[in-house]
Ligand binder design. Structure first.
Ligand code: AMP
Ligand code: FE
Ligand code: FE
Ligand code: ZN
Length: 285
């Protein structure tokens, strides 16, 4: 069983449509794939309709969150929610609010770049995002198109990094609130790439322990952005805290180099995750 629990489609910042994503998942030999777009469930319907026979689909989303410690320090982090009720009113409203914040912040980053003479436009970025949730990868593609940088990755190294003078942060959901919402909607919450230091500051084991006490179900230990020591540290922590350990590619199509199935989840861990969902089950058969 090859199980990949984190992938993006054109409903957010991936480049495969949901239908292309599930077809590719099967073609790549996956048995289970989760569609986890940023702050959106818009890809679920198409992915379910296009699901090839034999592929199990796990509907999910990756929530943009912030952890605020006792001294007020803010750390951005991502929470994967699986198998929740997409119609739960408060969670649905929070996703809509996050998408609005992404639009305002995307426009602000583009305005900062334009003010500095960078030849891109917010209209073009919106076009590249289409009906999907706007993210920095769409700005990155506009920068590549305009010849400002050679690759999406290069755009993130400087112009779009969180330490860039052009950067504007989104108004992310406080992580304990996001966790409570996912659980209230009958879903299961997993901390995405907790130790991915290349993306910016991270929270430590104490914060993960506090999240576990508040109902976090698992940690995404096996992720392309974690080295072997980080994966081992997270697996050890999961053992101590009674958390599920997941693995996933965080596939984004052409926006990143990682293929689907680059990291996978153990079948026992997947079964434990599904067991904790109360709103819905994976789509299979
Ligand atoms: P945002 O959600 O708008 O803050 O943008 C963050 C997203 O950008 C992440 O979810 C990744 O999909 C993408 N990203 C971050 N760093 C890189 C990178 N170095 N290369 C390509 N994509 C990246
Ligand atoms: Fe992304
Ligand atoms: Fe993420
Ligand atoms: Zn992701």
């Amino acid at each position: 069983m090859r199980i990949d629990l984190h992938a993006h489609s054109t409903a957010s910042d991936g480049t495969d449509t949901p239908a292309e994503l599930v077809a590719r998942a099967r073609a790549n030999g996956l048995d289970v794939v989760a569609v986890t777009d940023h702050d959106s469930t818009a890809g679920w319907g198409e992915a379910i309709d296009a699901r090839p026979r034999g592929l199990t689909l796990v509907p999910g989303a990756e929530f943009s969150c912030v952890h605020i410690d006792d001294s007020g320090r803010r750390t951005a982090l991502h929470l994967l929610g699986y198998l929740f009720d997409p119609d739960h009113p408060a969670l649905r409203a929070e996703r809509a609010r996050l998408r609005g914040s992404r639009r305002a912040r995307g426009a602000a980053i583009v305005a900062n770049l334009v003010a500095d003479g960078v030849p891109i436009s917010w209209d073009r970025v919106r076009e590249l995002a289409g009906s999907g949730v706007v993210g920095r990868p769409h700005i990155a593609r506009a920068l590549v198109e305009a010849g400002v940088v050679a690759t999406v990755g290069e755009a993130f190294e400087e112009l779009l990094s969180s330490t860039s003078k052009h950067y504007v942060r989104k108004d992310d959901t406080e992580v304990f609130r996001a966790l409570a919402l996912v659980r209230a909607a009958g879903g299961v919450a997993v901390f995405a790439h907790p130790y991915a230091v290349t993306r910016g500051p991270i929270v430590g084991p104490e914060a993960i322990a506090a999240l576990a006490a508040a109902g976090l179900a698992g940690v995404e230990a096996n992720h392309p952005d974690h080295d072997p020591a980080q994966r081992a540290a997270l697996a050890g922590l999961a053992g101590e805290l009674g958390l599920i350990v997941t693995g996933a590619s965080d596939y984004h199509g052409a926006n990143k180099l990682t293929p689907l199935g680059a990291c996978v989840t153990d079948p026992d861990q997947f079964a434990a995750l599904v067991d904790r969902a109360t709103a819905r089950q994976p789509v299979s058969g």
